[in-house]
Ligand binder design. Structure first.
Ligand SMILES: *Cc1c(COP(=O)(O)O)cnc(C)c1O
Length: 481
């Protein structure tokens, strides 16, 4: 997880990305007529219309971007023959992008492994039809003894093991299934979270060696996680990462000396994959980079790393109405319209995963609590305009002040607005998840990962990226093109 907090304002965070004609904009989607302009075929258009009927908001994921990002990550570690494999981290429903479609796009881009935190999601990948002939899968977090480790073994899913109870559970599952458990030993190199501590590792090694000798454990790998790799400009944090790398080597040496040498060492997240070649070993585990974002804005923008954000979030406006100057808006009266204006309802709220901390308080500062709300791109007859969450984010909706009369701007109920997208720079006013993160005092990961599943996920370029047999593993209603 990122450690550094961006202090950049939303406007400063609006970053320039190369425009990609393949990505849908609010303008493209303003009306159904415009959908035809991006060459959705009849089925794609029907899926889009059906999704809009079910929910006036859509998360549109560009599978070509996901594939391209994975290709980029494979290239960064030296290509497919480099000896460093890339594991695509698809935990938490692929950071909100949809587990199975994302996994398939990652494989198309050259991922050799897939990984999730919860073992249930690792199993879902196998059950969806991604077999052991396609890739290795690891689930690295379980709570022994109740975890379904037997299921992992029979479905050829590797498991992360970082506790004594975990080793015991793996041994028991191996006995029950009469197959060795493929395990990756989690070691705590300084993160203070998962894995064995250095002082308890001798006892762990005794158990691992015995398990291996009994034919119950296949010790495939060893791994750890970095705490501050996303702050390459902070000397103290770089030194912390150095310490973690040294500690990791110590664990590896002890395993080798004990007779359980790990075949695959993995340590790097997205940030380290890009900035710390000494952490790449036999495998890297990027997550956020697959989705097109750098780990922390302090590292630069997506395009600096050759990445393209894959998700766009859009919604169709609810009620649009005029209010007088001074009208207080939403719970807590934290925003008052500075002038007579029109306000519009965006039908997404914190129950959809819109961060309440992206609420917008008095833009004029009259209440002394100025806080800019999350950005929303609205298409007016004069071109795109950046509006902001005005007042508190509610459970199912928030409001935006259009700063003008809707009639004059030609903004109507049902119009599509965009919350974030790959980003088209200041002129085209296309906000990114980084902008939302800055306005919500959080990190970009939270912005997309927390979007609830009642927002339909729709996929672009699925047919370009996937084989026929992979395409058949997707929900056909989710495919736009
Ligand atoms: C989430 C996670 C990753 C991926 O981190 P990113 O910063 O998204 O690249 C890698 N390894 C582990 C153990 C994780 O939990």
């Amino acid at each position: 997880m990122p450690s550094a907090q961006s202090s950049s304002t939303a406007s400063a965070a609006l970053s320039v990305h190369p425009s990609s004609p393949s990505v849908l904009t609010a303008q493209t989607f303003r009306s159904t007529a415009r959908v035809a302009d991006i060459e959705l075929d009849e089925q794609g258009r029907a899926n889009y219309e059906a999704a809009r009927r079910s929910m006036p908001a859509q998360a549109i994921v560009d599978m070509a971007a996901l594939k391209g990002n994975m290709k980029r990550l494979v290239e960064v570690v030296g290509g497919p023959e480099s000896g460093t494999a890339v594991l695509g981290v698809v935990k938490a429903d692929a950071y909100g992008h949809g587990l199975v479609p994302t996994a398939l796009a990652a494989l198309a881009g050259g991922a050799a492994w897939l990984g999730t935190a919860k073992v249930s999601e690792a199993l879902l990948l196998r059950r969806a039809g991604i077999g052991p002939d396609r890739c290795h899968i690891i689930g690295w977090m379980s709570s022994a003894p109740a975890a379904p480790l037997d299921q992992l073994i029979v479905n050829d899913v590797d498991m992360g093991i970082g506790s004594f109870a975990g080793i015991d559970a793996a041994l028991a599952a191996a006995r029950r299934t009469a197959r060795p458990a493929r395990i990756h030993v989690a070691v705590d190199t300084g993160f203070g979270r998962n894995g064995f501590m250095p002082d308890e590792f001798d006892a762990a090694l005794d158990k691992l060696v015995a398990g291996k000798q009994a034919g119950l454990l296949d010790v495939v790998g060893v791994y750890s996680h970095l705490a501050v790799a996303d702050a390459p400009n902070n000397a103290a944090f770089v030194a912390n990462t150095d310490d973690q790398v040294t500690s990791f080597s110590g664990f590896v040496d002890r395993m080798t000396a004990a007779g359980v040498p790990p075949r695959i060492r993995h340590l790097a997240n997205t940030a380290a994959t890009f900035t710390r070649p000494d952490t790449r070993f036999e495998m890297v585990r990027p997550g956020n980079g697959l989705y097109g974002y750098e780990a922390d804005p302090c590292m630069g923008t997506s395009s600096d790393f050759g990445l393209t954000p894959a998700m766009s979030l859009q919604a169709q406006l609810g009620t649009v109405k005029r209010v007088p100057a001074g009208q207080a808006i939403s719970y807590g009266r934290t925003y008052s319209a500075p002038q007579a204006t029109s306000i519009a309802i965006v039908p997404l709220g914190y129950a959809d995963g819109i961060q309440r901390s992206a609420s917008g308080f008095d833009e004029q500062g009259a209440l002394g609590i100025e806080h800019l709300g999350g950005p929303v791109r609205v298409i007016t007859k004069n071109g795109p305009r950046l509006c902001r969450v005005s007042g508190r984010v509610c459970m199912d909706q928030f409001l935006i002040d259009l700063h003008g009369y809707a009639d004059d701007l030609d903004v109507r109920e049902g119009d599509t607005v965009q919350l974030f997208a790959p980003g088209r720079g200041a002129d085209d006013l296309e906000p990114t998840a980084d902008d939302w993160a800055a306005n919500a005092s959080t990190i970009n990961y939270v912005i997309y990962t927390c979007l609830r599943n009642r927002i339909p996920r729709l996929y672009l370029h699925a047919r370009d990226v996937l084989s026929e047999s992979d395409l058949a593993l997707m929900d056909p209603r989710s495919i736009l093109s």
